[in-house]
Structures are given as structure tokens and as C-alpha cells.
Design a binder for this molecule. Sequence first.
Ligand code: SF4
Ligand code: SF4
Length: 74
Amino acid sequence: MSKKDKVFTVKVRRDFCKGCGLCIEFCKKEVLAASPKLNRMGYNPAEAVNSAACIGCLMCTQMCPDLAIEVYSG
Ligand code: SF4
Ligand code: SF4
């Protein structure tokens, strides 16, 4: 199975996110977008809007200053 055939789940811990947008900007597959709903800290957190497109590159997890994103296989 090639990397592209794998399925990944992308989870943002919304209340840890400060809405900086780095993960959204760096995801080449446009998996992430800003939620219209504010989180508990008053930010628009990132959310996974297209997990099916995720290739598991982990760029988003590396860019997030708040360790708010988890990407795992399956
Ligand atoms: S792992 Fe890569 S493709 Fe998947 S959401 Fe993060 S940056 Fe996008
Ligand atoms: S990089 Fe982290 S803190 Fe910034 S928007 Fe993405 S999940 Fe939120």
C-alpha cells in the first residue's frame, strides 16, 4: 500500500488552538480551515474539513506552536 492509499484522521483540539492559521496555510491538501465557531479562548480554531485528502505528511503538526493537532493512521 502506498502512502497515498492510506487513510488518515486529523484532529484539532479546538480549545488548545489560538487560531494562528499556520496549519491551514501549510497544508498543501487543504484539509484544514478556520471554524466559524469560537472556542473557549475566543479564537476561531482550525478544523479538519477534508480529512479524506490528508496524506499524513505531518506538516500541520510540526507547524502548530500549541501542539493542538494530531494526525494518525486510520
Ligand atoms: S498531515 Fe499533511 S496533508 Fe494531513 S492535514 Fe496535516 S499538513 Fe495536511
Ligand atoms: S497551527 Fe495550531 S494554533 Fe495555529 S491554527 Fe493550527 S491548530 Fe490552531
